[in-house]
Design a protein around this ligand. Sequence first.
Ligand SMILES: [Cu+2]
Length: 319
Amino acid sequence: MGAARHSGTTRKRVYGMSISRIVTAAVALLATFTMTTGVALAQAFEGSSAPWQMGLREAASPTMERINDFHNFLLVIITVISVFVLLLMVYIMLRFRASKNPNPSTNTHNTVLEVLWTVVPIVILVVIAVPSFRLLYFADRTVDAEMTIKAIGNQWFWSYEYPDSDNLTFDAVIVEEEDLEDGQLRLLTTDNDVVLPVNTKIRILTTATDVIHALALPNLGIKLDAVPGRINETWIEIEKEGVYYGMCSELCGSGHGFMPIMVRAVSKADYAKWVEEAKEEFAYEGKPGAPKDFAAARAEKARQIAARYEETGEVPTAN
Ligand SMILES: [Cu+2]
């Protein structure tokens, strides 16, 4: 102890900087970092991946918070198992190596060991299964949804319907690289974004026009198959205003990588305002001049986009 403390004092003098100064500098650095991150968060939340990101995306819904917790819990379990197995194998390789054991053991059974290596994995699986099922049921659906949004996958764009607002509907097609404006993300930006209110329980329904697609929004903990002829359901409650990016997550054809999902979460008041504006711009049931059959119009648009994409091989955009 004394020697360690002594050498510490010597080092302190050598570098000419006291420990307390180092601590102060570290605290100042940390404070600056926290402040800048805080400011960044206070601006607008951006739900996208970052280069060299570790772990999952930042959670912005109760489901994703639980997915994150579950992921961290599993990480501990698999780390312990991996380290245990590694140490066991190193031990076996050293302790039972051929040079040390000219006459190999002829043991074939060990009842205690066999019971243990059966029971312990079962216990581990049960420990994983209980929170896993709890999470599955939590993410499944909400009984008291305040609104509903329907996402329809097409080759290769998404359409959205707002059943609570006279089936207000529009398509969201990718913005091509050369048309991107400053700050818009490549392969993730759509011409129309899906506007949703924060702090609202939103029921999500999804289906598809042609083949199986999948609605995925990592920050919100959503990955839901969009299957033709059936409706899948889940729910979200977005906690932060901002933009959330996602992608189709089911291989759905050659334009699969070009059908991003872009959600803009706004306050409830701004959402109500947006619905009024959107009704001017987009079609809804009963609007003069709106197509009689939204699904047929959508299918026709998908056919045109697919045909042009086949011809040119370029990103399948709307125009
Ligand atoms: Cu798709």
